[in-house]
Design a protein around this ligand. Structure first.
Ligand code: FES
Ligand code: FES
Length: 951
């Protein structure tokens, strides 16, 4: 089985050292990790653990003033030394207060999981140098990974710490929307006080550890489990499928739910749980997992889409013919005729592999049984979905399950699926004792969902003057062993594969195909980023074949308010893609001229290139209901309680939803008390995914704010244009020079415990798609375009991204700082997808081998916010979370092609792939110099593979 911990051994001894200025004598094993000593023994949980291997830097502390990874230092090494953690920076360094404020002002902390490590590293730098250069800052934080921000706001936050600048004051009533309001939940992130899934340990908690399959496909048989428990003092129980009181099955889409908590006879992927051991923490740490009584029979595994689709392939799920989980389809017009009639047709194929979410916080949480209820406190993006699944697993009503989301140290889609929840819930339920679980990094990587690998084939046709006429698109997605979000990917991709362009004749067919690999699920974009890599590269090739500027080609074909989408939907308003492209026009021309000048003068191996790509993305579920409900209550003390159940995974929903509600109500932000996600006290705001929280929950907050405002005005019998003033214990309603003041403490409380309550539900207006995928899948789309400038070393095959300029139509920028944070973070993930990220199941299950962009990889990102409002969104707003990642990778790939004339069809564009493409005969210049940019695209015939019908 897969070992999920590496317990250290050694007898305890007393070690004296100082922590945050205080002397400590700790009785610990000398080989215990310092990070564990700080967190588990001293309660200093501001120090985070993301890998336990020196790869992520989340555990950074100061050892005698120098930053070190505390997971790599043994307790025995700190005898007599001074340790400073994030909790002690304020007393150590006067600059720390300014650094914290600068982080908040710049939005440098999103989820906050990397923030303590960043702050510790930055403080060490600022103690030496009050005005560090950008390079010095990048050096200082180079060992600390951040998956959310794209680093630029962190770098600026550190450089700006000594500037003395202060944040904008909290906006006046009615002015919250559009302000750069500092994140409302930010202070705890920069104090190191944020509670993530692993940060709280209930008294007397046991620990549960899963036993997982080491094989992609295996049959297994347990030995004597009772004897195993009896032989290990401190081990309390082994859990298997037989112990599940309800159904041994869960899944994010109930109709497709197929994943067992514990495999019953056969494991369908490496990392699948077959059993779990529950016991006291020391006993679990000391366990030799090789002694667990299970015998494995390794079976042949289907690991590729092609193998799984083969006619004689074994069915991974007996009811799913040909291992196809689900198909997606959008068809419009006569594709074959239109392609036959087109002046130019280009076709190509593209591939991508698994991509790991690599959030800095591995999954963690605990459960406790309270009589006949179970309470689960864990990191999650979807508390109400978790509640439904846990109820089904335990065989109890949903109301008997309480989900309390902790802070989420990055999710990006993977924490929509269950991870630790069923294990801790089952163990706590059966043992009637609190039980906790913290995934190791390798356990997180092997067992949780990934971005779907894709194999995409596209044909596109256009007229001689550059009008798109038809697209024929087919895509297979490797959805792994269980369904997870495979149906959503298969359904969303055909709607989006055209890109934000008018394509009159269109056929997009998709399949989600099961294999014996880790389940693929939701990852920022639900398959659309993979699709954009194909669509935006082939549009470049088509433009080149037509001899039309690549940006002009896109503008020429861009959707507008009145052109139908590929599902026949006429949006009628809010189509901002043309505005995004127009915003990049001058920069495109300038960047291309600059690159051409550089290349003309270049004598070495480096060539510059510029690429562009567009995107669109429907906000919310595809043709399915996805309501959010918000409750806002006026308290007797004059404060306002906002029940905001949308889990803030770092994107900023706690702040943005409050901004929207505040302006709808007409109250100042600082009147609000935020009550965040908890299924017992906040209504269902749905899952945090699909760029839906600003749009859907934001609209519910807008409506709830309006409801409460109406209730207050009714109290005063005033018309809707009256002004409401909020004060401690009173509200005052003013109109035409008259005013009435109400003492709130004199008014009765309603069933919610408030003087007055506004509650509203919003469900975006969509319609089911017909058998050809025609209809209204989304009420609102977000649009965007990225411009990437790159330098490619033709000898080494390396790519350096010099700059990304990102124009996004967000409808209305509710909080520009937070939106820029999403764009920059999305661009970083897109850069990783383009250049370095690919997960191979069974290999590199750590953050050492699985590379994500570090600070030094990220170029400046210029965000251009376009506001083409939607009348449906709150104050016109649309989503941005998923949108931000989609155009980056194709823009970079197009820039690589622009620089060196080779097309990389299999991402990531690693140096070996670039070199292989360069040395292929088709990639040589006419003068035979391999690796240099062709002047006349000599690769076109061989690598673009066009079918010119009438050129
Ligand atoms: S936890 Fe120490 S470097 Fe990741
Ligand atoms: S803010 Fe850096 S990992 Fe989330």
């Amino acid at each position: 089985m897969i070992a999920t911990t590496h317990p250290l051994s050694g007898s305890q001894t007393s070690i004296a050292f100082s922590v945050n200025g205080k002397s400590v004598n700790a009785a610990v094993s000398p080989v215990e990790r310092l990070s564990k000593v700080l967190r588990d023994r001293l309660g200093l949980t501001g120090t985070k653990v993301g890998c336990d291997a020196g790869d992520c830097g989340a555990c950074t502390v100061l050892l005698d003033g120098e930053p070190i990874c505390s997971c790599l230092v043994a307790a025995g090494q700190i005898e007599g030394h001074e340790i400073t953690t994030v909790e002690g920076l304020a007393t150590r360094a006067p600059i720390y207060d300014q650094l914290q404020k600068s982080f908040l002002r710049h939005g440098a902390a999103q989820c906050g999981a990397c923030t303590p490590g960043m702050l510790v590293s930055a403080t060490a730098l600022l103690e030496r140098c009050v005005a560090p250069t950008e390079d010095a800052v990048m050096d200082a934080i180079g060992g600390v990974l951040c998956r959310c921000t794209g680093y630029r706001k962190i770098i600026t936050g550190i450089q700006d710490a000594c500037s003395g600048k202060i944040a904008e004051p909290s906006p006046l009533a009615g002015n919250a929307v559009g302000s750069r309001l500092v994140r409302l939940d930010g202070q705890s992130k920069v104090d190191g006080a944020e509670i993530f899934g692993a940060d709280e340990i209930p008294a007397g908690a046991l620990v549960v550890r899963a036993i997982r399959s080491p094989y992609q496909h295996a049959r297994f048989r347990f030995g004597d489990l009772d004897a195993f428990v009896a032989a290990h003092p401190g081990i309390r129980r082994v859990l298997t499928a037989k112990d599940i009181p309800g159904e041994n099955r869960y899944g994010v889409i109930p109709r497709f739910a197929d994943q067992p908590v514990f495999a019953e006879v056969e494991a369908r992927f490496r990392g699948e749980a077959v059993a779990a051991v529950v016991g006291e923490a020391e006993a679990i740490d000391a366990l030799d997992y090789a002694s667990f009584p299970v015998a494995w029979q390794d079976l042949p595994a289907l690991t590729t889409i092609a193998a799984a689709l083969a006619p004689d392939a074994e069915r991974i799920h007996p009811s799913r013919e040909n291992n196809v989980l689900v198909r997606g389809r959008v068809v419009h017009g006569d594709v074959e005729k239109s392609l036959a009639d087109a002046d130019v047709v280009v076709e190509d194929e593209y591939e991508s592999g698994f991509i790991e979410h690599a959030y800095i916080e591995p999954e963690a949480g605990f459960a406790r049984r309270v009589n006949d209820r179970i309470e689960i406190q864990a990191c999650t993006q979807a508390p109400y979905m978790d509640r439904a699944d846990i109820a089904q697993i335990l065989g109890i009503p949903p109301e008997a399950v309480r989900i309390i989301p902790t802070a989420v140290g990055g999710g990006f889609g993977s924490k929509l699926d269950l991870s630790v929840q069923p294990f801790v819930a089952l163990a706590a339920w059966l043992l009637r004792q609190p039980v906790r679980m913290v995934y190791s990094r390798s356990e997180s990587i092997v067992s949780t969902t990934k971005r779907h690998p894709s194999h995409i084939r596209v044909r596109v046709g256009a007229t001689r003057d550059g009008k798109l006429t038809a697209m024929d698109f087919t895509a297979d997605f490797n959805t792994g062993a269980y369904s997870s979000w495979g149906p959503t990917v298969a359904a969303r991709v055909p709607v989006h594969a055209s890109g934000p362009y008018y394509v009159p004749h269109y056929r997009a067919l998709t399949r989600a195909v099961h294999t014996h690999l880790v389940p693929a699920g939701a990852f920022r974009g639900f398959g659309v980023p993979q699709t954009a890599i194909a669509q935006e590269q082939i549009y470049d090739d088509l433009a080149d074949r037509l001899g039309i500027d690549r940006l002009e080609f896109r503008i020429m074909n861009a959707l507008d308010d009145q052109t139908p989408t590929v599902t026949g939907q006429v949006l009628g308003e809010g189509v901002g893609i043309r505005a995004c492209f127009e915003a990049l026009r001058a920069k495109w021309s300038a960047a291309r001229a600059e690159a051409a000048t550089f290349n003309a003068k270049a004598s070495g191996p480096v060539r510059h290139g510029v690429g562009i790509a567009g995107m669109w993305y429907g906000c919310g579920n595809t043709s399915l209901p996805n309501p959010s409900t918000i409750r806002v209550g006026l308290k007797a003390n004059g404060r306002i309680a906002l029940h905001q159940g949308a889990v803030d995974i770092g994107q900023g929903s706690n702040t943005i939803v409050t901004q929207i509600c505040a302006d709808a109500l007409g109250a100042p932000i600082d009147r609000f008390d935020l009550i965040s996600g908890d299924t017992s006290i906040t209504p269902d705001c749905g899952k945090t995914s699909a760029s839906r929280q600003t749009f859907v929950t934001g609209k519910a907050a807008y409506m709830a704010g309006i409801e409460l405002r109406r209730a207050i005005l009714r109290l005063a019998d005033a018309c809707k244009c009256a002004v409401i003033g909020f004060a401690d214990g009173t509200v005052t309603v003013r109109k035409d020079g008259k005013q009435r003041t109400f003492s709130l403490r004199d008014l009765p409380l309603d069933k919610n415990g408030y003087v007055l309550t506004g509650e509203a539900t919003f469900d975006p207006p969509t319609s089911p798609l017909d058998e050809n995928g025609q209809g209204t899948p989304y009420a609102v789309f977000g649009f965007g375009a990225h411009l990437a400038e790159v330098a490619v070393d033709t000898e080494l095959g390396t790519v350096r991204v010099l700059k990304i300029t990102a124009a996004h139509d967000v409808g209305r920028a509710i909080n520009p700082t937070l939106i820029e944070g999403q764009i920059e973070g999305g661009a970083a993930q897109g850069l990783g997808m383009a250049l370095m990220e690919e997960f191979f199941p069974g290999k590199g299950e750590n953050l050492h081998d699985y590379l994500i962009p570090s600070a030094g990889d990220m170029p400046p990102v210029e965000s251009i916010l376009i506001e083409v409002p939607s009348s449906i969104g709150p104050f016109g707003a649309k989503g941005i979370g998923e949108q931000a990642v989609i155009p980056t990778a194709p823009a970079i790939l197009n820039a690589i092609h622009d620089a060196i004339g080779v097309r990389i069809r299999r991402v990531p564009a690693t140096p070996d792939r670039i070199r292989a493409a360069l040395v292929a005969p088709a990639s040589r210049r006419p003068d035979g110099r391999a690796g240099c940019p062709p002047d006349s695209r000599p690769d076109a015939d061989a690598t673009i593979r066009p079918e010119e019908k009438h050129a």
